[in-house]
Design a protein. Structure first.
Length: 262
C-alpha cells in the first residue's frame, strides 16, 4: 500500500514539473548580454516587388491644380480630409486604390494601362512618372502599398490579419500587434511562411536567440504568415489541475484504505 502512495506522489511531482516553465523559455533574445554589435544583422530590408492583386495608392501632382483634378478626380484636389475619408478604412482602400491585375498592370486615368508587376515601389514611381511626363510638366508621383498585411496565428492572444502602413515590419512587431503570445507559446519555434513566385518558402525562428536578427524572416514581407507553435507540454498543463485532483482523490482513498486495514 505504501508503494502505491509513493507512486502517486511521484506522479504528482512529475506533473508539477512538466507544468512549469523556466524564465528563459519566455524571454526574447535571452542570450543578448548588454551592449553588443550583432554581425549579420540585415543592413538592408528585403525589397518587396509588386505582384498581381496588390492594391496601391497612386498620387500624381503637377503645378497645375486643374490638371491634377484630371488625374486624381476623386480626391477633390488632394485635401487631407478627402484623403483620410477615402483611405482611412479598409473598405475605402479597396474601393479607391488601384489594383494590379493578373497581367501585372494598373489602369490609371488618361494614361491607361501601365505594367508594374515585379517592380519595387520606387521603381513603380519612376515608371509612372515617366508615363505621366507625357501629359504633365514637373509632375511628382507617390506610390504606396495599401495591401501590406500579415497573418498572425497560433499561440497569440489576438490572432488575425494585421495591416501595416510603414515601409517595414519585424516579426516582433507582428506578434505585438496580436497582443503578444499566450502562456502556452513556444517562442523557440515560430514558423514564418512566405509566398514567392517559386512557391511558399518557410523559416523556423527561435525568438529567444540573437541569431534571429540575422534571419531573412526577421523583417516580414506583405502576405507573410506567422504561426506561433504551442509548447509540447500544453495539453499536460491544461489538464494538470484535473490530473492533480484525480490523483489527490486516489491518494486520499489509498490512505483511507490503508488506515482501515491498519
Amino acid at each position: 500500500m505504501r508503494k502505491g502512495i509513493t507512486f502517486f506522489s511521484a506522479l504528482l511531482i512529475v506533473l508539477s514539473f512538466t507544468s512549469c516553465r523556466t524564465s528563459k523559455d519566455l524571454v526574447y533574445l535571452n542570450d543578448v548580454d548588454g551592449q553588443e554589435l550583432h554581425e549579420g544583422l540585415p543592413v538592408e530590408m528585403p525589397e518587396y516587388r509588386i505582384q498581381a492583386n496588390d492594391n496601391l495608392y497612386v498620387n500624381i501632382k503637377s503645378m497645375n491644380p486643374d490638371v491634377n483634378q484630371i488625374f486624381n478626380p476623386i480626391q477633390g484636389g488632394g485635401s487631407m480630409s478627402g484623403t483620410q475619408q477615402m483611405y482611412g478604412q479598409l473598405s475605402g482602400q479597396y474601393l479607391n486604390g488601384y489594383q494590379v491585375n493578373q497581367q501585372g498592370n494598373i489602369n490609371l486615368p488618361i494614361m491607361g494601362s501601365i505594367q508594374i508587376s515585379g517592380l519595387t515601389l520606387p521603381q513603380a514611381e519612376s515608371c509612372i512618372r515617366k508615363k505621366a511626363s507625357e501629359y504633365l510638366k514637373e509632375c511628382t508621383v507617390k506610390v504606396k502599398l495599401l495591401s501590406y498585411k500579415v497573418t498572425v496565428m497560433g499561440e497569440v492572444k489576438s490572432p488575425g490579419v494585421y495591416y501595416n502602413y510603414s515601409n517595414n515590419m519585424t516579426v516582433f512587431e507582428a506578434i505585438s500587434m496580436a497582443n503578444g503570445v499566450t502562456d502556452f507559446a513556444s517562442i523557440k519555434r515560430v514558423l514564418v511562411v512566405r509566398p514567392t513566385k517559386e512557391g511558399s518558402k518557410s523559416y523556423r525562428l527561435n525568438l529567444t536567440s540573437k541569431k534571429l536578427l540575422a534571419s531573412e524572416a526577421f523583417y516580414l514581407l506583405p502576405n507573410d504568415v506567422v504561426y506561433v507553435e504551442p509548447d509540447k507540454y500544453k495539453n499536460v498543463r491544461l489538464n494538470s489541475s484535473v490530473y492533480a485532483l484525480f490523483l489527490s482523490s486516489i491518494s486520499t482513498l489509498v490512505l483511507i484504505l490503508n488506515f482501515m486495514n491498519g
